[in-house]
Design a protein around this ligand. Structure first.
Ligand SMILES: [Mg+2]
Ligand SMILES: [Zn+2]
Length: 194
């Protein structure tokens, strides 16, 4: 775990925004997509980490770009069906995600493809208690870090095994308030070690 700015105080965090691919589940190889439940490989420690967030009373909201829908690789209902199965699994272990917001669009078509703020705005409209200052964005890519930064939300970068292109990765590291190797480590930073 590397602190890239002054020691962050996470004690006021009430809402945790989570990217999906590369944070909750293993990112598909370049050019491939997580199109069905069989492709959704949950990363180590994720179930327990989500359980801890729930136990601590934090709101958890997934914000995910799913351009594969615009490209016709899979449909919105496929994505929703993956999320429903994931929620079932979480519920069985006492965890739960409060909401999932999906951008199904291609580049330049909308206001909701991260780093644009639309998914945050949708969440804030449904959960009026959300404030950027009391939120954190956890993601594995530059767009996640930019999404947070533009909204005034603190950011935690998950540095996975498969990296983005070098300049993108460098930029993501530069923006991030904190860098961690997994969601488990990020949750330890926010809540204190388990
Ligand atoms: Mg990702
Ligand atoms: Zn969109």
């Amino acid at each position: 775990m590397t602190l890239t700015r002054q020691a962050a105080d996470w004690s006021n965090v009430r809402t945790v925004f989570l990217d999906r691919d590369g944070v909750l589940n293993r990112k598909a190889p370049e050019g491939e997509y997580v199109a069905r439940w069989e492709d959704f490989e949950i990363l180590d420690g994720v179930m327990a980490a989500l359980g801890r967030l729930r136990g601590a009373g934090l709101r958890t909201i997934v914000v995910t770009n799913q351009r594969g829908i615009a490209l016709g690789r899979y449909a919105l209902r496929d994505v929703e069906s993956i999320h429903a199965k994931f929620q079932e699994l979480l519920a069985a272990s006492g965890a739960q995600i409060d909401a999932v917001y999906i951008c199904p669009h291609d580049h330049g078509e909308c206001n909701c493809r991260k780093p644009l703020p639309g998914l945050f705005e949708q969440a804030a409209a449904e959960y009026p208690g959300i404030s950027a200052a009391e939120s954190v964005m956890i993601g594995d890519s530059r767009v996640d870090m930019e999404f947070g930064k533009r909204l005034g939300i603190r950011t935690i970068l998950i540095e996975g095994e498969r990296e983005n292109s070098a300049p993108s990765k460098e930029k993501a590291r530069e923006i991030a308030d904190l860098r961690c190797s997994s969601l488990r480590e990020a949750v330890n930073a926010i809540l204190g070690p388990a």
